[in-house]
Write a protein that binds this ligand. Structure first.
Ligand code: SF4
Length: 214
């Protein structure tokens, strides 16, 4: 784990991320808050591309909890059976749709506690929804952010909660909103797991990783 970088270095890192991509976007397809919740819940241990392939047709016919309940669990399974853990995920999608209809008038709530109370929605999913849909500066830490944060020193931590705290405590407030997507995209495409592309990395002079591939 690298040492925590200082404020000015982190500001320079995010200034460069901002210059290279001013409006970074998530890669999970969705058409409203409900389909975002479903897409993120389906994405556990699956790639965004795989989830998008499965939801492409599904969201045309089931883009609200009411329509999902009308579709039914077996038909949902037919759409998502290419995704890992699809049976369990289908059960959770049906249960969370039922709760949204019965307790929230079919709307997705905008509080972390309410989101986390839904079946199949953990802290990470709740933070993604709060960040992407409600534009809260919520920080969902996935495997890419965890790896990048610990290598670079931007937000080191021994577990995801520690990394989440490091992001909140150290990333300048004006970069907090987009920090999630900048770090995910950087981890997914440049600071990759096996052989990071340090030679092509726009922050290689600031990164603390001792085993850079230059
Ligand atoms: S220099 Fe290498 S290790 Fe550091 S952030 Fe860039 S790709 Fe990752």
């Amino acid at each position: 784990m690298a040492k925590q970088l200082d404020y000015h270095t982190i500001r320079e890192i995010f200034t460069r991320f901002h210059a290279s991509e001013p409006e970074p976007k998530g890669e999970l397809d969705h058409v409203n808050a409900y389909t975002l919740v479903v897409a993120v819940a389906l994405s556990a241990q699956a790639t965004d591309i795989g989830v998008n392939r499965a939801t492409h047709e599904l969201f045309k016919i089931a883009d609200t909890p009411q329509k999902m309940l009308a579709l039914g669990e077996e038909a949902l399974i037919e759409h998502i059976k290419t995704i890992g853990l699809y049976r369990n995920k289908a059960k959770n999608v049906m249960k969370l749709s039922q709760i949204l209809v019965e307790e929230y008038g079919g709307e997705v709530p905008c509080s972390r506690a309410a989101l986390e109370s839904l079946p199949g929605v953990g802290r990470k999913t709740a933070n993604v929804v709060l960040n992407m849909w409600w534009h809260y500066p919520a920080q969902a830490v996935d495997t890419h952010i965890f790896r990048f944060g610990n290598r670079s020193g931007v937000c080191p931590g021994k577990d995801v909660v520690a990394v989440e705290r490091a992001i909140e405590d150290n990333i300048p407030v004006d970069f907090q909103q987009h920090a999630h997507h900048w770090m995910i995209l950087h981890g997914r495409y440049t600071c990759v797991a096996r052989k990071p592309k340090c030679g092509a990395c726009l922050i290689r002079d600031l990164c603390q990783f001792e085993e850079k591939t230059l």
